[in-house]
Design a protein around this ligand. Structure first.
Ligand code: GLV
Length: 332
């Protein structure tokens, strides 16, 4: 009997996902769950036809050249800015991500940050834990309204739409959005969302939430100039990717109260966080957990596994990013 092909799981995943992959492959996994330095990742990928990666592992031309047997990298994330997709396509290596399975969970968390930021949940908890609460006052931790306010969404893919539905239908918010392309009329009506240009979005949103992918063109899409166009009472929420917001400029704006508050799940250069963000009180900080429920994280890892299985056994991945390589363009 011929040996099963070998694959590598770059971070620790759930046992049932490993068992699922084990039916088809010899599975090697980074049990330490530490992010492997590039040279170590390359070493572990030798002889492997497939890899399950997370946003922490970079798959670029250098890695592809050093791992000639690699045919697929399956990201356990919907975002894939850790992949150099053109380089993968040029090398005939398939890239996949995990859309859909995390949409509702991530939208829930986006709303959690809107609520926590507007209503000063963590700031007031820190005050209480510090033993500073000795009386009730009318204006103590008075925040911003969520219901009935204007929700601005920058980036209107599946997650943006799911946030719009929550805002419009659940909280009676007026929803405005800006995106590279406008939604069709039926989808706009279903989300109760109106398309506006970016300047109008910045000027009118009471709560501005970022849900766009990171790329060179979205780098610092929100910097000092954009923040200056926002209402002084507004909040800014980033659940998309670090680098979309200029974190240093945001920290200055928060300290000077040019906007009221921010809620951040993602950071430039994470897991490092800009030190100035750690010292301003009016920011809610979470460690990139928007999709983190056990069922959703399992579904993401299982979809990545299914992509590797479907591609390496039948040539038909579930959620490819560069399907054009399948066939003649793919590594043999
Ligand atoms: C998480 O950030 C993801 O892209 O899935």
């Amino acid at each position: 009997m011929s040996q099963k092909p070998a694959i590598f799981i770059a971070r620790k995943v759930f046992p049932e996902v490993v068992a699922h992959l084990g039916h088809h492959f010899q599975v090697d996994m980074n049990e330490s769950d530490e992010v492997l330095p590039p040279a170590e990742l390359i070493a572990r990928l030798q002889g492997k036809q497939g890899a399950l990666t997370t946003g922490s592992e970079r798959v670029d031309a250098a890695l592809l050249a050093a791992c000639p047997q690699l045919k697929i990298a399956a990201n356990i994330a919907v975002g894939f800015n850790n992949f150099d997709v053109p380089a993968m396509t040029a090398a005939g290596v398939l890239a996949t991500n995990t859309p859909d399975v995390l949409t509702e969970t991530t939208a829930d968390f986006g709303f959690a940050l809107v609520m926590a930021t507007a209503r000063r949940v963590t700031e007031s908890e820190h005050f209480l834990r510090a033993g500073q609460w000795n009386k009730w006052s009318l204006d103590m931790f008075a925040g911003a309204e969520v219901h009935g306010s204007t929700l601005g969404i920058l980036g209107m893919g599946r997650i943006g739409q799911a946030i719009a539905r929550r805002g419009a239908h659940g909280f009676g918010m007026k929803v405005i959005y800006h995106n590279r392309s406008r939604l069709d009329a039926a989808l706009e009506a279903e989300c109760k969302a109106s398309y506006v240009d970016k300047a109008t979005l910045l000027a009118q949103a009471d709560h501005l939430i970022l849900v766009l992918p990171y790329s060179a063109s979205s780098h610092h899409a929100i910097g000092a100039a954009e923040i200056a166009q926002m209402k002084p009472t507004a909040t800014l929420i980033n659940i998309a990717r670090g680098g979309i917001v200029d974190d240093a400029a945001l920290a200055v704006a928060l300290r000077e109260r040019r906007i009221a508050a921010a809620g951040l799940d993602v950071f430039e250069g994470e897991p490092k966080v800009h030190p100035d963000l750690l010292t301003v009180p009016n920011v809610v900080l979470t460690p990139h957990i928007a999709s983190a429920t056990i069922p959703t994280r399992k579904a993401m890892a299982m979809l990545a596994a299914d992509n590797v299985i479907a591609y390496l056994t039948q040539g038909r991945p579930v959620t490819p990013l560069n399907a054009e390589i399948i066939g003649a363009g793919a590594r043999a």
